[in-house]
Design a protein around this ligand. Structure first.
Ligand SMILES: *Cc1c(COP(=O)(O)O)cnc(C)c1O
Length: 362
């Protein structure tokens, strides 16, 4: 039986004036809308007690599994306001399926796809006023699931709580898209073989933060992680997938080898590639190949992709072992920007959606 996410208590309403004030410059992950969806799981009853509540702090036992053993998975997707005022989601079923796969890897119960989508729709519908309408703004939606049992023994939590929160976010690049400099980590790894690399879990982020600090210290803004065993094969960034375009007209990205998060932006760009005359290729990519491709000009554009920033062009890669900086020769990233514009046009309803990726909420 499907869960019904219905408002459990009286709603809270931030004034239109305050929302308008926030949406002038919402940033990312700073502000949250008025409501959140919640559901609980226990071994006897399965998923129960689905509801929508005012967004608020909640109590959690200090001995909760999530706080000690990081039993947590999450998702990230957006609601987009079209020019006619309607509000749309982009491929929410893909997020639902990924959350289910992540949950399985973290020994958490799977939330059925329909229930995930219902929770997202419930929050977006109720907090529709929070969906911004200018530029590349959107309502960022963050579903997540935690092991909530109060028990310090090491095993999967017998009680689990699912939440879906949301908040307005601004254009990721406020002053226009700018290429970023990337630190290539040669010591710290994101995930080992057989680890949780293909699951969207907080633990993967926790282990990436020290490398992220190294990147800042090196004057870079993101980390590119390589395989943990040899540090010679490219995997992905801390929270974005890696792609490049070559002179053969290929859009190339590392194949999903179990250590890479299967990004929905990644998948969408691979599917859009042919409409820009590019051939999508998923294969093993070595660091050496990318360095020489950047040097001889056979790699014309490199970029990172993910829901938050869509496409972030890579200006340079700074090698962690040698300190050498490998620069992209092209400064304006025409093909990456073309892909970016096409995906945004579909998300904001400015062009037809040939893949049936978008669904209307309001
Ligand atoms: C979420 C995430 C991505 C991007 O996935 P999208 O579905 O495109 O947003 C890439 N890598 C990691 C590690 C992630 O957590």
């Amino acid at each position: 039986m499907s869960l019904r996410f219905e408002l459990a208590t009286s709603p809270t309403y931030t004034s239109d004036a305050r929302i308008a004030e926030i949406n002038v410059d919402p940033g990312f992950g700073v502000y949250f809308s008025d409501h959140m969806a919640v559901a609980a799981y226990n071994e006897t009853d399965g998923w129960v007690n689905a509801r929508v509540e005012p967004y608020a702090d909640f109590a959690i036992a200090p001995a909760s599994a999530v706080l000690h053993y990081a039993q947590e998975v999450f998702e990230g997707l957006k609601a987009y306001r079209h020019a006619d005022g309607s509000v749309w989601l982009f491929r929410p079923e893909a997020n639902a399926e990924r959350l289910a796969r992540s949950a399985k890897r973290l020994a958490l119960p799977e939330l059925p796809v329909a229930d995930f989508v219902a929770s997202v729709r419930a929050v977006v519908e109720l907090d529709e006023r929070w969906v911004p309408s200018s530029g590349e703004q959107s309502l960022y939606i963050r579903p997540f699931m935690i092991g909530s049992e109060s028990f310090l023994g090491v095993r999967a939590s017998k009680t689990v709580t699912y939440f879906c929160i949301a908040g307005p976010v601004g254009a990721y690049f406020s002053g226009g898209v700018k290429p970023v400099d990337i630190w290539v980590s040669n010591e710290l790894s994101r995930v080992p073989n057989g680890g949780t690399g293909s699951a969207k879990c907080g633990g993967n982020y926790a282990t990436s933060l020290l490398a992220q600090n190294e990147a800042y210290a090196q004057g870079c803004s993101q980390v590119l992680f390589t395989d943990a065993a040899t540090h010679s094969v490219i995997e992905e960034l801390g929270g974005m997938n890696f792609m490049f375009i070559n002179t053969a007209g290929e859009l190339v990205t590392p194949e999903l080898n179990g250590n890479i998060l299967p990004g929905i932006t990644r998948d969408s760009l691979l599917k859009l590639a042919p409409s820009l005359g590019l051939t999508p290729v998923e294969r093993r990519i070595t660091l050496a190949e990318v360095y020489s491709g950047l040097a001889d000009g056979s790699i014309v554009e490199a970029f990172a992709c993910g829901t938050a920033a869509v496409i972030t062009p890579i200006g340079s890669l700074k090698d962690g072992a040698t300190g050498e900086v490998h620069r992209a020769l092209i400064a304006d990233f025409p093909k990456a920007m073309g892909l970016r514009a096409l995906l945004l046009d579909i998300q904001y309803g400015r062009v037809p959606d040939p893949f049936g990726w978008t669904q209307q909420v309001v």
